[in-house]
Write a protein that binds this ligand. Structure first.
Ligand SMILES: Nc1ncnc2c1ncn2[C@@H]1O[C@H](COP(=O)(O)OP(=O)(O)O)[C@@H](O)[C@H]1O
Ligand SMILES: [Mg+2]
Length: 291
């Protein structure tokens, strides 16, 4: 039961979107992480039944979604990466329109729109045109439309991109709140999203699955491999050729580098430090490319 992806592949004319992706997800919040071009949007659009995979399929509670997309659309909520809001409509008009597109009657739509507006604190802004909203507010409207049909499967493509830290925190809190009893898959390239809300982490690179892990295990995999030391500033470029440098910072007069390296300390004066999410992420991506 849950969501099972089997060998999903999608090739574009000059490009591999995703290749042989297999994964199974149950309820809770999974963060889909990967550099630009990794295939996150392609995967989410396939799962949202907007594009058909060339190969493979996926199942929701045993239903083959590629064969029966209509069945899946009933339980699906999707927030696209480019959420082009209808700038002249106000939130209430836009949400009502979306609810009707999702198959609710006008009467049901009106009731449900008020519920989601309450949930996302949109009521006091209900009359303002969406074009006058801040980016964070627009994302709240985007989440509200994704939840209109109370979906069991919620797919969100970079919902925090371009938001300020306060708006990001706001969206993350909503997502955590919504993921208790649904499957929520959220793509991002913000490491802060991973640290603050992920229960599970799936990393894609070049259309392939790099790692699929519970959030706790993500960072602990680089335990004992992260080092810091004072270095000459001019050595940074050559150091980068030999090591995975995940940070560099001036502390007073000294210049410190942060490096992920397995095994022995990379230099005699390297001191082991506690790993952070960014160290783990860059390590996985780089190790994977080496394979
Ligand atoms: N419609 C398309 N036509 C051709 N190539 C595409 C199209 N959409 C995506 N791609 C390519 O597929 C790869 C994966 O893209 P995408 O799924 O958008 O990645 P991400 O969302 O992780 O940035 C990229 O190399 C991208 O250039
Ligand atoms: Mg994308």
């Amino acid at each position: 039961m849950g969501l099972i992806l089997k060998d999903l592949s999608k090739t574009y004319p000059n490009n591999n979107g995703i290749t042989n992706l297999s994964l199974s997800l149950s309820h809770g919040l999974t963060v889909l992480l990967g550099p630009n071009g990794a295939g996150k949007t392609t995967l989410l659009r396939i799962l949202a039944t907007l594009i058909r995979p060339d190969k493979g399929t996926y199942y929701y509670n045993g239903i083959d979604a590629v064969k029966h997309p209509h069945e899946i659309r009933k339980i699906l909520g999707y927030l696209p990466q480019e959420f082009g809001a209808f700038v002249h409509l106000n939130a209430r008009e836009f949400l009502t329109y979306m609810a009707i597109l999702k198959g609710l009657t006008l009467r049901q739509a009106r009731g449900r729109v008020e519920e989601v507006m309450d949930l996302f604190n949109l009521r006091s802004y209900g009359r303002k045109p969406l074009g006058a909203y801040s980016k964070g507010m627009r994302q709240r409207v985007g989440l509200a439309q994704a939840l209109l049909n109370d979906p069991a499967l919620l797919l969100l493509d970079e919902p925090t991109a371009g938001l300020d830290p306060e708006e990001c925190a706001d969206i993350r809190n909503f997502l955590a709140q919504m993921s208790a009893d649904r499957i929520v898959l959220v793509s991002t390239h913000l490491v802060a999203d991973v640290e603050t809300m992920a229960e599970r982490i799936v990393v894609l690179n070049q259309g392939m699955l790099v790692i699929d892990t519970p959030a706790e295990a993500f960072v602990s995999a680089v335990e004992g491999k992260v080092w810091e030391w004072a270095e000459k500033r001019e050595n940074l470029a050559s150091l980068k050729q030999r090591h995975l440098v995940t940070g560099a910072i001036n502390k007073g007069d000294a210049f410190f580098v942060r490096v992920v390296a397995a095994g022995e300390p990379p230099v005699p004066n390297a001191r082991p430090v506690a790993p952070r999410c960014l160290d783990a992420y860059l390590y996985y991506i780089k190790e994977w490319v080496k394979q």
